[in-house]
Ligand binder design. Structure first.
Ligand code: O2Y
Ligand code: MN
Length: 598
């Protein structure tokens, strides 16, 4: 019996709409997880991996038409189009509700309706929030067990009238009595991932994969949470959280926003190359931050697991991720080895024979990758050898620095410290990345991705910038410092100048020492750059020329960038906060003056 009347009424409403054969309230137990995996084994969607090589782990193959988040079918259904902004697909809430009700009517016939009470963040944390996902997919139930905190303790915390975000999900294929179920049921022609920021609801139809279906992640923890955060005065961000400890044993917590394909998970789990420095992981993707009574901004990782991209993850790029994956994992759309283990591009040498992500024979001569480029691992964060002991601290961890970064071959230096919060917000608003082969569009073309939130901000991006500016007006003395970093500068021959990976610890050290007031910087037209010799380069074979490339102020490059930023801002009409317009004017003026002097 459910104590929470509103929850009970809502379940009844959705049950009568979807018409499932039965209803199960999930308790989050290991037994329940095993039941879900057994259903997936029985249907043929999952295969058990070799118990000796990869204990208690599974390989799942999705339908080849259902392999990634679908931004073109993701909607923000706010009252007006202006509230959603040009950064989102908008639909009128009533129109969308009518479409969804048509699609959801009877969509769970022949299936079980699972009800997943889940907490984003440690149960009982003042920074955490609760959701309830209804789904007809055992894969979603099992994945939510790993990625969130599920079960009775959540219902207890919810009590009789606690707030929760209702999330409704269906794969969108009812099973009539004579039908045989597909191995991976999905309905890509009728796919909708719809968010209602005013009523704080999520409805998702037609996909069983990742961000479209595990509604706690991008849908709740970013799109809906960003709208809640604006109303309530906190921040819901697409950021990793790491703990950095110096040789003297002092620790600082750093959050960082990077667009996809910029190595966020690798940075969160980095192994420093500089002696006696330590990085530990608090989160790899999402960060919720609230001010606490001491005036500081505290963060939690609202997730309980990692849903990481497998291709490109290996012992060289991310040994801590690889060690996290030794057992108790769900792998989706990776390749299977002949001895019942997993393989993907970037893991190591390719075996002579594999079964690829679509279930076909594969050899190194095959023309297609063995694993899908968006193949994923799902694993509990607790299994990461680098997990910080306080990663589930109810009060969160105090954030001392925020990093923004993108993939830029030129213009943006290795590291640049903002003079204050407003300039830091400006840095975040102009983040851009050159498109990689995996993204749509021409390789090298710039895609603006402010604060790495472009696909995830649940309202107008310009209003989000205003919210950032307003957050900076609170507790001014305790705000984190903001830095813009870029590991991806290239030389004239197209080679990366900075070695990246563990060597990024040298930049983290400079940032740490700036927080402590120990490292020096020079004021430049674009921000505070490391003064000569203030970054620890010992043991790194970096020429003067390379260092100059990494830390120079490219006056002409920035001057060429100004009209691009102006154009981008003007796509938000007159909503851009005056503080950011002013930062752009000040930057332009400083660059012009510097050009005259040069
Ligand atoms: O394609 C998907 O469904 C997953 S997207 C994703 C997953 C984990 C972390 N980040 C992302 C992202 O797109 O930023
Ligand atoms: Mn992400």
């Amino acid at each position: 019996m459910l104590k929470h009347e509103r929850l009970a009424d809502w379940l009844e409403e959705i049950r009568s709409l979807c018409e499932p054969d039965s209803l199960v309230i999930c308790n989050g137990s290991t037994e329940e997880y095993n039941q879900m995996m057994n259903l997936l084994l029985k249907s043929g969607a999952a295969r058990k991996l070799n118990e000796t090589k990869r204990p208690n782990s599974y390989l799942v193959r999705s339908d080849p038409a259902d392999v990634a988040r679908v931004e073109s079918r993701t909607y923000i259904c706010s009252e007006s189009e202006g509230e959603a902004g040009p950064n989102n697909n908008w639909e009128d809430p009533e129109t969308m509700k009518a479409t969804l009700h048509g699609l959801f009517k009877g969509c769970m016939r022949g299936r079980v309706m699972y009800v997943i009470p889940f907490s984003m963040g440690p149960v009982g944390s003042p920074i955490a929030h609760i959701g309830v996902e209804i789904t007809d997919s055992p894969y979603v139930v099992a994945s939510m067990h790993i990625m969130t905190r599920v079960g009775e303790k959540v219902l207890e915390n919810l009590g009789r009238d606690g707030e929760f975000v209702p999330c409704v999900h269906s794969v969108g294929i009812p099973l009539e009595s004579e039908d045989e179920d597909s191995i991976w049921p999905c309905n890509p022609e009728n796919l909708y991932v719809a968010h209602f920021p005013e009523t704080k609801e999520i409805w998702s139809f037609g996909s069983g994969y990742g961000g479209n279906a595990l509604l706690g992640k991008k849908c709740f923890a970013l799109r809906i949470a960003s709208a809640m955060a604006k109303e309530q005065g906190w921040l819901a961000e697409h950021m990793l959280i790491l703990k950095l400890t110096n040789p003297e044993g002092t620790s600082r917590y750093i959050a960082g926003a990077f667009p996809s394909a910029c190595g966020k998970t690798n940075l969160a789990m980095l192994i420093p190359t500089i002696p006696d420095w330590k990085v530990e992981t608090v989160g790899d993707d999402i960060c919720w931050m609230k001010f606490r009574p001491d005036g500081r901004l505290y963060a939690i990782n609202p997730e309980a697991g990692f849903f990481g991209v497998a291709p490109g993850t290996g012992m060289e790029s991310n040994p801590n991720a690889m060690r996290s994956l030794e057992k108790d994992c769900i792998f989706t759309n990776v390749a299977e080895t002949d001895d019942g283990d997993v393989w993907w591009e970037g893991m190591g040498p390719a075996p002579a024979h594999l079964i690829d992500w679509k279930g076909n024979d594969w050899t190194p001569k095959s023309n297609e990758p063995a694993a899908h480029p968006n193949a994923r691992f799902t694993v509990s964060a607790a299994q990461c050898p680098a997990i910080a002991e306080e990663w589930e601290e109810l009060s969160g961890v105090p954030i001392s620095a925020i990093l923004f970064g993108g993939r830029r071959a030129t213009v943006v230096p290795l590291v640049n410290e903002a003079r204050d919060w407003v300039q830091g917000t400006f840095f975040g608003s102009i983040v851009s990345s050159e498109k990689t082969a995996a993204a749509d569009g021409k390789i090298g073309e710039l895609r603006r991705d402010p604060m790495a939130m472009l696909p995830f901000c649940g309202y107008n991006m310009a209003d989000y910038w205003s919210h950032w500016i307003n957050m900076g007006k609170k507790n001014k003395d305790f705000l984190p410092k903001i830095f813009y970093v870029n590991w991806f500068r290239k030389d004239g021959e197209g080679n990366f100048v900075w070695p990246g990976f563990g060597e990024n610890s040298r930049v983290l050290k400079w940032i740490f020492d700036r927080i402590e007031g120990k490292a020096s910087a020079i004021e430049t037209p674009i921000g505070n750059l490391p003064s000569p010799n203030s970054i620890d380069l010992e043991g790194l074979n970096l020429s003067e020329r390379d260092l100059d490339n990494l830390l120079k102020v490219e006056i002409d490059g920035w001057l060429e960038e100004i009209p691009l930023i102006r154009d981008y801002y003007s796509s938000y009409g007159n909503k851009v906060p005056k503080e950011l317009e002013n930062e752009l004017n000040v930057l332009t003026e400083k660059l012009r003056r510097a050009k005259k002097v040069a």
